[in-house]
Write a protein of this length. Structure first.
Length: 275
């Protein structure tokens, strides 16, 4: 039976989102020769993503938004499930579980915003489109803030898991950069500086693809705990050393220790006081 690893979901989501953006951008530049859409203001020379997505390539835009956000939400859900099962560092306090839940809730809000802004395009429903755009930006930024907070708390308790610090700094960088760009984007839009606003929107969207890819870092460590999950079901996975021969149960335990594949809920030393 074919099993798909959890880390595949953010990779596919990121590829779909990146492909959607590149398809829209290259279509506008190469195929239409930078056509001026009816949804653009007279002094505007650079198209917003929504301008291109409201025209001929609307089916691509809607499909890309739906697939990207659904797969990203599945990645959020997989992260929570794997921590609950102990295949990733578990949430052991009520605060961490609340932060995890808020992360998912605001990600769903961002999902609804992105899907609906693609459906209610800027050419036909400009007011609704702008409302859903704010839902999308605010939803995912707040979701990223809560997951950063969650990882910071996990990192205090599980300092030995370096991947938590890596993921924390990646997502914190996303939050800081996207907030600054979002402020500049909103300021340009409301002051009718549409050309720099359009450039900022494309930049924000491409950075979002990097955020989506970052969940690979979170989910990939579950591959190392797959054998332990199988043993919990009564299976006996076999460990093959570099020499090629199989070992017994005692050697398997030793291999786990040397390979740093201890259960995530166990700590191998005193917990430091800072992160």
């Amino acid at each position: 039976m074919l099993r798909i690893s959890y880390w595949v979901f953010p990779i596919v989501a990121g590829v779909v989102w990146l492909g959607t953006l590149l398809g829209l951008l290259l279509y506008w530049i190469v195929d239409t020769k930078r056509v001026h859409y009816d949804s653009m203001s007279p002094q505007q020379h650079i198209a917003y993503i929504s301008d291109v997505g409201a025209s001929t390539l609307k089916p691509l835009f809607v499909t890309g938004c739906v697939i990207t956000t659904i797969l990203l939400d599945i990645s959020f859900g997989a992260d929570r499930w794997l921590r609950h099962k102990g295949r990733l560092v578990p949430n052991t306090t009520r605060g961490e579980k609340v932060l995890s839940a808020l992360t998912i809730v605001f990600a769903v809000i961002g999902t609804v915003g992105l899907i609906l802004l693609s459906v209610f395009d800027t050419a036909r429903y400009p007011r609704l489109h702008n409302v859903f755009l704010l839902f999308f930006i605010a939803g995912y930024i707040l979701s990223a803030i809560f997951i950063c907070w969650e990882y910071q708390r996990l990192g205090i308790r599980y300092r030995e898991h370096r991947v938590l610090r890596i993921s924390f700094w990646i997502k914190l960088s996303f939050v800081i950069i996207e907030i600054l760009l979002a402020i500049a984007f909103i300021a340009c839009t409301f002051t009718k500086r549409y050309n720099p606003g359009a450039v900022l929107e494309w930049i924000i969207a491409f950075i979002f693809s990097a955020y989506v890819f970052s969940f690979y870092v979170d989910l990939y460590p579950a591959v190392k705990t797959k054998n332990m999950a199988e043993m919990a079901k009564g299976k006996q996975p076999r460990y093959s050393p570099p020499g090629g021969s199989s070992t017994g149960t005692g050697d398997l335990e030793e291999a786990r220790i040397e390979g740093d594949a201890l259960p995530m809920s166990e700590s191998r030393g005193p917990v430091p006081n800072n992160f």
